[in-house]
Design a binder for this molecule. Structure first.
Ligand code: CA
Length: 226
């Protein structure tokens, strides 16, 4: 899952970035409202963490512009202000959640997990398909009771497909949600990662839909022919 972090306080930006990348997300960063708005406008993020007090363009304006342009990704707003009227203004501008500063990093991570599972139609941190379970809290993948070691790329790939179970996901979409903006992207590598994942899982829950992409069908649903 790929996130955008817009926060002008350098130390806080770095701390949040580290916590998010440690949790297995790929993260793009902006330090002012203009650049943040541009990134959200041009890149397909799974969720956004947006500070309200920002140079060049404030967070509420950034959010209003995105929503006016039909950007539907979940947005969590961060702000030092804790007045009820600021919260109301944030929600009315299109925010999905709100965390006042200072906060505990664990709470921010839990709220991001909740936003991501809600926006993809899941109700718990544990995403399952047959004998495979992916826990978005611990970033662990278990197959038939056994913990499987995955690289960060493999984990992101599986996590994205598990979040979007039942939908065919194209290679381009996978690339867009697995790498940050600076990464030298090559959609051919996706096939390699899929191959490794299938081998490690030992089960073929990932189907190749020729010409379209990949699919993890919800358990119990009969598979399309690959
Ligand atoms: Ca700020």
């Amino acid at each position: 899952m790929r996130l955008l972090l817009v926060e002008d306080e350098k130390d806080l930006n770095r701390q949040i970035f580290t916590a998010l990348t440690d949790a297995g997300y790929v993260v793009d960063r902006a330090y002012d409202g203009e650049n943040g708005h541009f990134l959200g406008d041009t890149e397909p993020y799974d969720a956004v963490i947006l500070d309200i007090g920002l140079p060049k363009m404030d967070g509420i304006t950034v959010l209003e512009k995105w929503r006016r342009d039909g950007k539907a990704f979940p947005v969590l707003i961060l702000t030092a202000r804790d007045r009820w009227s600021d919260k109301v203004q944030g929600f009315d501008a299109g925010a999905d959640d709100y965390v006042p500063k200072p906060f505990h990093m664990e709470e921010l991570l839990a709220r991001i997990r909740a936003l991501l599972r809600r926006s993809t139609g899941h109700s718990t941190n544990e995403l399952s398909c047959g004998a495979v379970t992916l826990d978005t809290k611990s970033s662990k993948v278990v197959v038939s009771g056994e913990c499987i070691k995955l690289t960060s790329h493999e984990y992101r790939l599986l996590s994205y497909l598990m979040h979007h179970q039942g939908r065919v996901v194209s290679r381009t979409e996978l690339v867009e949600h697995m790498y940050d903006q600076d990464f030298d992207r090559d959609s051919n590598t996706i096939e390699v990662f899929i191959g490794r994942l299938r081998k490690k899982l030992g089960l073929d829950i990932i189907q190749t839909i020729r010409g379209l992409g990949y699919l993890i069908a919800p358990a119990g649903v009969s598979a399309l022919q690959s």
